[in-house]
Design a protein around this ligand. Structure first.
Ligand code: F6R
Length: 241
């Protein structure tokens, strides 16, 4: 694992956007795996700035987001489709039909999962997969106990995850209880993984991810077995290493 320690959130966002741009420039039809949440917001902002300066084009890029809440439509401001449209897709030149997010607004989530996994397999696993990490070690919405062999699947969200994400909703009750997420195996098939971490509250999770036992009880620990992982973090998040 390569670990890049930077001063703060802005430096982390800048550096990670440079890596994304490099991937887009080096590969003909790049596939990016994308994450939502607070951590990558700054990176998306930097990508938009670079696009406006004509430093990067997303015209040949295909993206697959990690996850989506079950029960929310793409028009719901708390859905991850909405987040991505707002924070990246609508601000750059990506053909929107190349920008994939699982459809959470479906009566047949199992079918949606199988189709999403097949589409990823057909288009190609990510050249670069962006990840954040939950305090409980989740990557995507693969909560503790998820099989390392998992493909895209539905998952019951942990109470701690719902509480952590309640800040985006009016109340805890409004946070969906289920999500669709790429599986651990899907994530591990990416060519390169870029994990972003910021803030002191992530320090313990980062330590477990890098130095802890590899166990399904702490899903991110599997990244120790991937041969091409870069962690870009600020001093606070990397303080326990
Ligand atoms: C989001 C995702 C999650 C987040 C994680 C950290 O698509 O897959 O695993 O990366 O919950 O979220 P933040 O960045 O909000 O701390």
């Amino acid at each position: 694992m390569e670990i890049v320690k930077l001063k703060g959130y802005e430096e982390m966002s800048q550096k990670s956007s440079e890596l994304v741009i490099k991937t887009i420039q080096e590969i003909d039809n790049p596939v990016l795996g994308l994450a939502t949440g607070s951590t990558p917001e700054g990176m998306y902002g930097e990508l938009i700035k670079a696009y406006r300066k004509n430093n990067v084009s997303f015209q040949n890029v295909t993206t697959f987001n990690l996850d989506e809440y079950v029960g929310l439509s793409g028009e719901d401001s708390n859905s991850y489709r909405y987040y991505m449209n707002e924070k990246l897709f609508h601000a750059v030149d990506i053909p929107i039909e190349h920008a994939h997010v699982p459809n959470g607004d479906t009566k047949t989530p199992e079918k949606e999962c199988a189709e999403y996994e097949k589409l990823i397999r057909d288009v190609g696993y990510a050249d670069l997969q962006i990840l954040g990490i939950g305090l409980n070690g989740h990557i995507g919405f693969n909560e503790p106990g998820t099989s390392f062999d998992s493909k895209t699947h539905t998952i019951e969200l942990d109470e701690s995850t719902r509480q952590a994400n309640a800040r985006f909703f009016n109340s805890l009750e409004e946070v969906p209880t289920q999500a669709i997420t790429m599986g651990i195996d899907t994530i591990m098939k990416s060519n390169k993984i870029l994990l972003l971490v910021s803030g002191e509250k992530k320090a313990e999770a980062v330590q477990k991810l890098v130095q802890g036992e590899i166990t399904e009880e702490f899903p991110a620990s599997i990244l120790q077995q991937h041969t091409n992982v870069v962690i870009i973090g600020d001093e606070a998040a990397l303080s326990k290493l």
